[in-house]
Each structure stands twice: as C-alpha cells, then as structure tokens.
Write a protein that binds this ligand. Structure first.
Ligand code: SF4
Ligand code: MG
Length: 336
C-alpha cells in the first residue's frame, strides 16, 4: 500500500475536574506518499490534538488514547513506548510550528540544531553533519549558509527563523512532516515564500505533509486533499477540487463563506459561522453541527449521520446526503 500514515477511528480524551473532554471522537484519514493533506476547522475542533497525537506530544495524563489506531509503517503509534517513539520523532516524523521560537533552542546555533538530529538519528560524523547542515540551509533558501550556520535564532528574522525550523525538521528527510499553522504568524509575502518552499521540498524530498490550518487560502495553495473537522469529528473529506468547488457539508459551506477572498484583506477572518461548537464534555448524540446548521432536520438532533461516499475520494457525514432528506442547494458556487 501507498499510505504513509493511517489514522483509524482515533479517540483522544482529556480528564479534567469537570469530567472527560472528548477532544477527538472517531477520526479516520490516511496520508499517501508525497501527498499534502490539510486538516481544517475552527480552533477547538481537534485538529491540533490529532496532529499532536501523531507526534505523541499529548501529555498523558491528563490526555489519553481512548480508542483507535495511528498506523505508521505497520506500527501503532498509540502503543509505542516513549523510547520507541523517540526513535521515530524527528527522524521519520517531524513537526514544525507556528512560532519557531517554541521549537528552536535560543542558546544553540542554528547549525548545531540541524546537526543534532543528523548525529543522533543518522549517526553522521561531525564534518559530514556540518556539510549536510549547510546543504539544508541552502535548500531552504537561507543566504550565505556559511556565516548563518554559526548564528543563533535571535539573529534571524521571522521568515528566516521559519526557514531554519524547516531545515531542522527536514534534515533527516522524514517521511512525514506535520506543519501546525506554519505560516500564520508571517506577513503575506514571507508566507507565500514559505508555502512555495514547502511545495518545492515536498517534491524534491517526496515528503508527505499534514498541514494543520484555519487558513483556506493556504490550503488552496498547498494541499492535495482536505479533511474538514468539527467538534472532534471529520465531517467532510475530499480532494482540494472537491472541497473548494463541490463542498457538500453545511459546515464546509460556512467555512468557504468565511474564506478571505483575493479582493479583500487576507488576514481578516470574515463572516464567522454564527454560534459556538458543542461542549465536548458532553457532546450531543446527533450531528455536532445541528445547533448551528440552517438545514438541521428532526433526525439531526437525534442521530449521528453516517459517513457516505459522494465519490471515491469524497466523503460526507451529513443527513442531507440521505435519500429521505430534502434537496438543498449549496449557497454559493466558486468558479475554479
Ligand atoms: Fe446540518 Fe443535519 Fe447535516 Fe448536521 S446532519 S450538517 S445538522 S443537515
Ligand atoms: Mg491549534
């Protein structure tokens, strides 16, 4: 099979004094070799918990894997020991974050931080690791790598820091890169450069990417497939073309409606969907979007909709897909 990663009916919860927060509730998707899969949704939808679960960065306790599997090369990551996970993290699966300062070490030169993984995971000698570090700095487009390699993160600009973080993440040529809001903190020009860089590296290194973002503009520019999450569940998944031009779930319609368009300022979140997501301490038994959905029917509040196929690559969890539901037109048509 061509899948690098398979997430299978994943349930992740957090124990709190108020009860169990069911942050991820039966999420399934796969990532193929060389593919970029974007996970989109509002904050609190479970997209970051999903990605942190793959990296095993969920603090346990209070977090715990309740059910399901995360299969990476036939290993279930939810069941590995911390030592086994250490060997995968940074080597086979790497992660970049919105704020490079949270993952860069301020007291270590950028060069040493790139070399660290190479020495640890690939057992390269110092000279060879340094050569590789220079190559990586060059590859991510940092000018004059020879002087930059000995500098500290604070000597880099925001965009250069982001590039340095990508260099560190990709130094060991991981099979999977998880990027959690990688460009959110950057201005539009630098953002475009970083996205180009990620696209470029994906092709050169054949890395698969999971991109976590709330920015649909970024999704359109980078992703092959999209997973739309809401209240800890996947509500729709499909190719970028399917999700942008033929979305079928009312929540996705709402997301698309709030997408910043080219003629409007990019960093404004427009027309947010009215209402709030359900409390995951006691999730509703029916469709989680029912409380905000214009098209909610009686059954929506009573029973969870099943996931149905709109095409081989397009899945939707909504009662409107059922033959007994009224026909509802998508509220807009994007011309692609
Ligand atoms: Fe709306 Fe019902 Fe579909 Fe949920 S299942 S999105 S409430 S129509
Ligand atoms: Mg987040």
């Amino acid at each position: 099979k061509n899948n690098v990663l398979e997430v299978n009916d994943l349930h992740v919860s957090f124990k709190t004094y108020n009860g169990e927060v069911q942050a991820v509730r039966g999420v399934s998707f796969e990532v193929k070799k060389g593919e970029t899969v974007a996970i989109v949704g509002e904050s609190g939808c479970g997209k970051s918990v999903t990605s942190q679960s793959i990296m095993r960065l969920i603090p346990q306790p209070p977090g715990f894997f309740k059910k399901g599997k995360i299969l990476f090369e036939e290993k279930d990551l939810t069941r590995l020991t911390e030592n086994q996970m250490e060997r995968i993290r940074g080597k086979d699966i790497a992660m970049i974050f919105q704020d490079p300062m949270t993952s860069l070490n301020p007291t270590m030169t950028v060069g040493r931080q790139i070399m660290e993984g190479l020495v640890k995971h690939q057992r390269l000698g110092k000279a060879e690791a340094k050569k590789r570090a220079l190559d990586m700095l060059h590859l991510v487009g940092i000018p004059s790598p020879r002087s930059r390699i000995n500098q500290y993160p604070h000597q880099f600009s925001g965009g250069m820091r982001q590039r340095a973080m990508i260099a560190i993440a990709l130094a060991c040529a991981p099979k999977l890169l998880i990027a959690d809001e990688p460009t959110t903190a950057l201005d539009v020009t630098i953002q475009a450069q970083i996205l180009d860089l990620m696209n470029d590296l994906k092709e050169k290194l054949e890395t698969s990417i999971i991109l976590i973002t709330h920015d649909l503009g970024v999704v359109a520019e980078t992703a092959d497939r999209v997973v739309v999450m809401y209240a800890g569940k996947v509500v729709e998944t499909g190719t970028v073309e399917e999700i942008f031009n033929h979305p079928r779930h009312p929540y996705t319609w709402g997301l698309m409606g709030s997408m910043p368009r080219l003629d409007l300022s990019r960093d404004k979140d427009l027309a947010p969907i009215l209402g709030t997501p359900p409390n995951l301490l006691s999730p509703p038994k029916g469709c989680p979007f029912a409380g905000r959905c214009k098209h909610a029917m009686k059954i929506c509040k009573e029973e969870m909709p099943e996931t149905t196929d709109a095409s081989g690559s397009h899945q939707v969890a909504c009662w409107l897909e059922h033959p007994m539901a009224p026909a509802v037109q998508a509220p807009y048509k994007l011309v692609g």
